[in-house]
Design a protein around this ligand. Sequence first.
Ligand code: PEP
Ligand code: MG
Length: 661
Amino acid sequence: MIRKKIKVTNRMGMHARPATMIVKAATKYRAEFHIIKDDMDINGRSIMGVMTLAAEYNSELELVADGVDEEFLIKEISELFAANFGEEQMKILKGLAVSEGIAIGKARIIEREKHKIERKLIEKSEVTKELERFNGDVKAALAEIDSLIDNYAASQEHKDILTTQKMILQDPEFVNRVGKQIRNELCSVEHAVSNYFTEVAGIFHKMNNDFYAQRVSDYEDVAYRLLSHTLKQRRSNLADLDENSVLFMENITPSFVTRVFAKRIQGLATVQGARNSHSSIIARSMQLPMLVGIPDLLREVKEGDQVILDGFSGDMLIDPTEEELQKYRKIYEQEKSYQSKLQKLIDLKAVTADGKKIKLLSNIEIPDELDQVVRLKSEGIGLFRTEFLFIDKNDLPDENEQYEIYQKIAAKIYPETVIIRTIDVGGDKLSSILNLRKETNPNLGCRGIRISFQNIAIFQQQIRAILRANQGNISIMFPMISDVDEVIKAKEIIAECCRELQSQKVECNENIRIGAMIEVPSAVITSDAIARECDFLSIGTNDLVQYTLAVDRDNEGVAQYYKTCHPSVLRSIKMTVENAHKAGIPVAVCGEMASNLKYVKLLIGLGVDELSVSPGRLLRVKDKILQTDYIAARKMIEKVLLESSSEQIKAIIRKDNEENI
Ligand code: PEP
Ligand code: MG
């Protein structure tokens, strides 16, 4: 008798085809043949028997043969397993590459946490409000599924799954039952919804049938989606990650990117996401390869799979062949050697080929990025997004804590300068500690400078901390300015804080440059007046594109309308530059457009004085500036500004990039 342990290594497991192959092979021999899995022992010549093992990928089996030709039988069956039953192993999924680089490693799937449901009862007077809340949450969940169907569902199968989820949410039985529990039993929405889905799951489980038991996951998915809206939370648990991990998630928040970066993971991929979301910006800044918008990601990838993430092409290879692995290891090495070539540019100034100086600065989100900025000899920090000190924290950092942070940054970057942008929460950067009210249209709501004006004490605290930390190399910048009155008001608050500090005999430096971000059309149009009140302007193209073209920067579904080189955007930049220069002040671009090599020449041609880019892109952008000819850039922009179609503009840029490779 021969016994042999074997592992199922084909991705699909022992479905009908491999089972048939096993049975066919076994019938050629005379020896008795059994397969054992856990406490099941089946006849290896019975197709039904082999199928009922339900042996999935990675299951452990034992082959048992007894008879004259047992050795040959085991050999042939083992070969079938080793060849993965002839199945193609490698899978390639397509995503949107939002942060360049190659990641090779093992898949780590970060699961969403189960929602914690409080069994809460409501007052009778709250019933109407609670029913409205339920209807609103169902609508929001339906809209989310619609958007997934339209934008993410690549296969018919995925569309069908999502359509089923919609039907579950629209099922009159569900709507009536939850409604009744709210009305008659005074349950809160989350309580009633969770009761319903727990009951349904129980019914399916009792059927003791695999097919129906699997349907439970559809219901669980719907419940999770709906409760995420009800509880306004999407939570994930951070498993222990290491340097070999490539992370897979449904979606990722900006703060989570920074947390996983600290674990030195190789890269990450998400089902949802968009190019200019803050999560993507941070991944780029940290040079963490990242793909977003892969609909089938979590269904195709299994924990521990070998994967390759191509942050240039957007390909995600699961179980790559040896050939692909070698190819990518080579690209990985080439990329590393390009990076080391770029290091030689560290000591060079960013000057165009014909001698025009472009000041090249860095954007930072968290103080941890500072070491890299200093190492790269960046000419300062053109944007410090201070809201990251506030986001996902349990407490607000007080004046002293902020002072220490700003003071350390200013000292570390000295004699270069740091532009501290006052908090810009809102949009996708919601902060729980600021107790922001839920808004139906957050990007048009209370964000940017509006938050500071509505929370004057917090604003003053930040200004005081900045003034105290100023060693002469700090500037203050205000986000989302929409007219000159806001700049005047903000400046008055600075003056007030100065007076207060002085009267309290607290050391501070009032000699501080003040700038405004130009990121909404009204600011562009009145940039002449704004420029007269400022020491510098900085164009936030991420928002400028969003607000000029009325297209949500975080919504992948409308990504095709987010056109960075739309004529209206380019004319807005031109107008802002001209107005800044008329007022005798410099103008920077600190949005992602500045980090994109395709647009560097365009911005130089438009007369922008400074580019502030994510540190991960700094040397590449410098390389591009060094190769760019200012006179040629002016000529190109003259041509570009005559165009009224973004497609034509794109074509000019493409042609120019090809000619100047
Ligand atoms: C911008 O809008 O371009 C910008 C730099 O600010 P943020 O991305 O933080 O909104
Ligand atoms: Mg902005």
